[in-house]
Design a binder for this molecule. Structure first.
Ligand code: GDP
Ligand code: IMO
Ligand code: MG
Length: 424
């Protein structure tokens, strides 16, 4: 019923269970492609008692599908190698191809991420400190070291030197700190990492283009729509485009029709700073955090929790062009007496769409619709077996967004997934 190619997109602020759904969709796929972000992502796949936390490797790896990292990703080679080794120790051999144009995260990116966050003090973004923002700054500043550069000793040496000179000035002159990184050490270490990774270099843009109608391809985004550099709650965002359309330049293929599967957590969470109107600061929020294990996969930070926000999702649907919804973690809401969903924003007493700036967002008031509670056991095998009140909640989401639900996830395991036939 799913039509490949498929793109799996995060509809909220990340951690919607993209990893779980990508793994489910990867079962019948040939290739899984990660197209943006870096190891700020933490995607979880649970198979029986085995838990896999993936940061860079596409979530098709557990089904042993061909995994592609496209040029829109920012790649930390140290993290990638650790991830490959850890998976291989667990019996999972990775069939991996990395696009030569992929931007490399260098140690000075991690350094600058930490320094700039500290300098922002109470205005900090709350980044994952994985060097993501500084690496994308270099990409768009046209000075990044790309995977292909790392593989050529002379080019790497020259580009590294140019970059270290600039970064040293920034650290010393702008931030008044000592630049403790050593260019020679970086050169030696990263030359070795390049040697190790060179066998994975391959033209991802071309292989995807050549096979898009022949093979079943799943594109896996990282982060979520409201962390998008342009359309998210700027500046409390990441530095890439998690929205579906971002994949075309990030993979290097022309625009075409795709199945856009929106991963929608049955409530809302956010890690890091920034406005969150439907946030719960009470015991219900605590309960959701506890039951949903809402702690960051990458940084371990507690995630902020709140009600589902349908005003946000309406905007998300427009930006991404959802073809169907995968509602995840419905089981976490099981047992609540009543639940709510944000259905209307007003500013100065007038109804508004999700606003364009955080200054406007902070002026908005939220109206909620209340729903009766429901029970989910995790053993339901079909949509029909779900509690009637759960179905009412789901059907309200469908009608509000005018998009059908194709997947309902009622637990972290593969078996705790309901696939629903939907008309397209
Ligand atoms: P991603 O970044 O979007 O891939 O999501 P994360 O992996 O960071 O966070 C989702 C978390 O919820 C992981 O710990 C998953 O194992 C877990 N999970 C996924 N689906 C479900 C579900 O339907 N119910 C419950 N209770 N947990 C789920
Ligand atoms: P997945 O793919 C949730 C958040 C950070 C911070 C902001 C900027 O697992 O859904 P960055 O390090 O990217 O510069 O941080 O973005 N963030 C995420 N939040 N899930 C993620 O990834 C995230 N990746 C980044 O917490 O608020
Ligand atoms: Mg995550």
């Amino acid at each position: 019923m799913f039509k490949y190619p498929i793109v799996v997109v995060g509809s909220q602020w990340g951690d919607e269970a993209k990893g779980k759904v990508t793994d489910i969709l990867a079962k019948d796929a040939d290739y899984v492609v990660r197209y943006q972000g870096g190891n700020n992502a933490g995607h979880t796949v649970v198979v029986g008692e085995d838990v896999f936390k993936l940061h860079l490797i596409p979530s098709g790896a557990i089904h042993k599908k061909k995994c592609l990292i496209a040029n829109g990703v920012v790649l930390d080679p140290k993290v990638l190698i650790k991830e490959i080794d850890a998976l291989e120790k667990r019996g999972i051999t990775i069939d991996l191809m990395i696009d030569p144009l992929t931007t490399i995260i260098m140690p000075y990116h991690n350094l600058l991420d930490g320094i700039s966050e500290a300098a922002l003090k109470d205005k900090k973004i709350g980044t994952t400190k994985r060097g993501i923002g500084p690496a994308y700054e270099d990409k768009y500043g046209r000075r990044a070291i790309r995977f292909i550069d790392l593989l050529n000793k002379d080019i790497f040496r020259k580009k590294l030197h140019e970059n270290v000179e600039i970064k040293k000035k920034i650290v010393e002159k702008v931030y008044n700190q000592e630049f403790e990184l050593d260019e020679e050490e970086i050169y030696d270490e990263y030359s070795k990492l390049a040697e190790r990774l060179k066998k994975h270099s391959g033209d991802v843009s071309k292989i995807v283009y050549d096979n898009i109608d022949k093979k079943k391809i799943v594109f896996e985004s990282a982060q979520g729509t409201f962390l998008d550099i342009a359309y998210g709650t700027y500046p409390y965002v990441t530095s890439s485009h998690p929205i579906s359309g971002g994949l075309f330049p990030d993979v290097g293929i022309p625009p075409r029709k795709l199945d856009v599967i929106a991963i929608v957590k049955a409530y809302t969470t956010r890690v890091g700073e920034g406005p969150f109107l439907a946030e719960l600061h009470d015991e219900t929020g605590e309960k959701i955090r506890k039951v949903g294990h809402e702690f960051g996969t990458t940084t371990g930070r507690p995630r902020r929790c709140g009600w589902l926000d349908l005003v946000m999702l309406k905007y998300s649907a427009r930006l991404n062009g959802f073809t169907s919804l995968a509602i995840t973690k419905l089981d976490v809401l099981s047992g609540l007496d009543k639940l709510k969903a944000a259905v209307k924003y007003t500013m100065d007493e007038k109804e508004v769409n999700f606003p364009l700036t955080i200054e406007q967002l902070e002026k908005c008031k939220v109206e909620y619709k209340e729903f009766s509670g429901f029970t989910i056991t995790g053993k339901e095998k079909s949509y029909d077996e779900l509690d009637d009140n759960a179905k009412k909640y789901l059907e309200f989401i469908e009608s509000f967004l005018d998009v059908s639900i194709s997947i309902v996830s009622i637990g972290p395991k593969r078996s705790e997934t309901i696939i629903r036939e939907v008309e397209k």
